[in-house]
Design a protein. Structure first.
Length: 327
């Protein structure tokens, strides 16, 4: 029943205040679909206008259908779950796992795996029983990801990722093995990113692109066979979340990721400066040397600040060990 102290008389806003687990877009869709009825005095009528003004004393009835079966289908794929409750799943993604189904990757994705893993605990994002992907890692980037299990969590996480710690506490940290050693210990790359003008599968620093800010700090430097610096381990934190951001930004400042065939192919000859063990470890890596090691965010329901760290995976530990051995 509508009370006199409602913040707004609009139907969609009254429902949003009373039903925080449903997103605004989901509530609007339900209203437009005729799932909401209003009883004023003795008469009950269907209301399909989200902006309809309700009055104190009106009784609102909303029928929320069961979440529709997920498309794509669930698949039993092993996952390294770091944390899970009724609202979110945090996992440590392995290399080679595509996050979302797309052309060429219709099956075998993280979404397929999560649909099977979560089952009925997915209450539905926008009315469909599917996980809410709010950020992605490239197929061959490893590390921490968070996924929403319901509309409320999806809205909260989306807002936190859009803010990227500017006003909140959220942090995303990466470990990157890069060619060369920057001339100073730490710095910030503030350079807009857009689609590459000629290679559509690539991103590039371009005027007029979307704002992109990466903070970085050198953790270790590694010498080659001649004793001169040849590579470094760099910790990066994102202030924005653009596609391929760290890969593009480090290449932009002259230090592309080791193993990155897209943004650092002209650095292949650098491998000749590595010792035999390091060359073998890099060849075995077969991917960009990037790992999402840190994730800090506020829990969507409780507001508690949660902190996770994932150690380097085995292939990057082998690379690090080989690079150290060349010293």
């Amino acid at each position: 029943m509508v009370e006199g102290d409602e913040g707004s008389a609009r139907l969609d806003r009254v429902l949003a205040a009373r039903l925080p687990d449903l997103s605004r877009s989901r509530l609007k869709a339900l209203i437009l679909a005729g799932a909401v009825s209003l009883k004023a005095s003795q008469e009950s009528t269907q209301v399909r206008d989200p902006a309809y003004h309700v009055a104190s004393g009106d009784t609102i009835t909303i029928e929320v259908p069961e979440a529709a079966p997920a498309e794509p289908k669930g698949e039993e794929i092993a996952l390294d779950i770091v944390f899970e409750d009724d609202d979110i799943v945090v996992l440590n993604k392995p290399k080679g796992l595509v996050v979302h189904p797309a052309a060429g990757h219709e099956t075998g994705t993280l979404v397929n795996a999560l649909i099977a893993h979560c089952g009925a605990s997915l209450s539905g994002i926008g009315g469909v029983r599917r996980p809410g992907i709010v950020h992605r890692l490239d197929k061959d980037t490893t590390g921490l990801m968070v996924v929403a299990k319901n509309d409320m969590a999806h809205a909260s996480l989306s807002a936190q990722f859009a803010d990227h710690g500017r006003t909140g506490e959220m942090r995303r940290g990466y470990m990157a093995f890069a060619w060369g050693v920057p001339g100073r210990h730490r710095g910030t790359v503030d350079a807009p990113i857009d689609r590459h003008p000629h290679a559509r599968e690539k991103m590039a620093v371009r005027q007029g692109g979307r704002e992109a800010v990466t903070h970085w700090e050198i953790l270790e430097s590694f010498a080659g066979r001649d004793g001169k610096p040849v590579a470094s381990l760099i910790a990066c934190e994102l202030e924005t979340g653009r596609t391929h951001q760290i890969r593009v930004h480090l290449a932009h400042i002259g230090h592309p990721l080791m193993g990155d065939a897209v943004y650092g192919p002209h650095f292949k000859t650098k491998a000749n400066q590595l010792g035999p063990e390091s060359q073998a470890a890099l060849a075995a890596l077969g991917r960009q040397a990037l790992h999402a090691y840190l994730l800090v965010l506020e829990h969507p329901r409780s507001g508690e600040l949660l902190h996770w760290e994932a150690p380097l995976p085995e292939d990057l530990l082998l690379l690090q060990s080989a690079l150290k051995a060349a010293l």
